[in-house]
Write a protein that binds this ligand. Structure first.
Ligand code: TRP
Length: 330
């Protein structure tokens, strides 16, 4: 059975882009694989952030994941900084990681460009990500396209470490790309992202869902009500695919192409289906929000289970690298 690892930054609440692009797939994967899903708070602090908000956002993200259907009886859900082995293995990996490879990473270059002074944590981001995955010897990493380069680097680090310290010890993980078309933001311009304010939150109440959907961008060719549209050029149709049943999709596509419906008619149907599909998620989230101590308990349990695996891998990696084991005191 392939072991699966994936991580998500603690941006607070999940939005429907995260849900359709990643989390829905994770919920499926937990049924067939040995999965770990991690809220990566140590990655979040490599960019400017507000310390007073981090803990709250971390718990909120974890709650959203549980509300969206990750089930601690079927997978391990935990917070990265609760398992200190991630940082230790990350340090060990920096010693086999070529600086040039880190400087070549597109994500690094993009983020560094937007910063006045570039910090070492940002450069080392993909090394920590490598430790996340290899600590559990995971072989399958469900991610978006923007992470492909990080996965290549991960395999490179595994090869170099293995070449020097132990052939075959770390596996070379492969990305699993979701086939779902990428959901754009409601502006139809950029990827859906909380920082761009173009999202629908997974826990938004029904009236907020409609308020946000109503003005959202559709096929730009539909200028007037009578212009026919092309569903394949419409971001709203992409979202429909995530929430509406196949026969509805057929009706939607037909009425778009023939201008039988206006965009508002189409959005009405989507809003209804989205609100119905997310009702149980909202309900579970409200339940968890009322019991923060219960969420923390589930995360502590997740961290303990993750740590049992992490300790074994790290202990063996330390041994192979020749570090002197600490004798037990007394
Ligand atoms: N870098 C990933 C992202 O921004 C998050 C992440 C951190 C991750 N560690 C990971 C993803 C390990 C997969 C595996 O989306």
């Amino acid at each position: 059975m392939a072991r699966v690892f994936s991580g998500i930054q603690p941006s607070g609440e999940l939005h429907i882009g995260n849900y359709l692009g990643a989390v829905q797939n994770w919920v499926r994967l937990q049924e067939q694989h040995d999965c770990l899903f991690c809220v990566v708070d140590l990655h979040a602090i490599t960019q400017p952030y507000e310390p007073a908000q981090l803990a709250q956002r971390t718990r909120q993200m974890a709650s959203s994941l549980l509300a969206a259907g990750l089930d601690p009886a079927k997978c391990i859900v935990f917070v990265q900084s609760h398992v200190p082995e991630h940082t230790e293995l990350s340090w060990l990996f920096t010693t086999v990681t070529p600086l040039g490879e880190l400087e070549r990473q597109t994500q690094y270059k993009d983020k560094a460009q937007r910063q006045e002074s570039v910090l070492a944590g940002l450069l080392n981001y993909p090394v920590l990500q490598t430790a996340d995955v290899l600590l559990y010897k995971a072989t399958l990493v469900p991610v978006g396209e923007d992470q492909i380069q990080h996965l290549e680097l991960m395999r490179e680090i595994a090869r170099r470490w293995n070449g020097r310290f132990g052939e075959g010890f770390f596996p070379e993980p492969q990305p699993q790309l979701t086939t779902a078309k990428r959901v754009l933001g409601l502006d139809g311009q950029a990827k859906m992202s909380k920082s761009l304010g173009n999202t629908i939150g997974l826990l938004d109440p029904p009236d907020a869902v409609w308020e946000k959907l109503r003005p959202a961008a559709t096929d730009p060719a539909r200028v007037t009500r009578r212009d026919p549209g092309d569903p394949d050029k419409c971001n709203i149709y992409t979202i429909h695919k995530g929430f509406s049943p196949p026969d509805t999709l057929g009706t939607v596509a037909h009425n778009c192409r023939t201008a039988g419906w206006g965009c508002l008619d189409c959005k009405r149907v989507l809003a209804d289906n989205m609100i119905a599909a997310l009702a149980p998620v909202r309900e579970r989230a409200a339940d968890l929000a009322a019991r923060p101590a219960e969420v923390d308990r589930q995360l502590a349990d997740g961290a303990a289970r993750a740590r049992a695996i992490a300790r074994d891998t790290l202990g063996e990696a330390r041994r192979r690298m020749g570090l002197l084991p600490a004798a037990s005191a007394g």
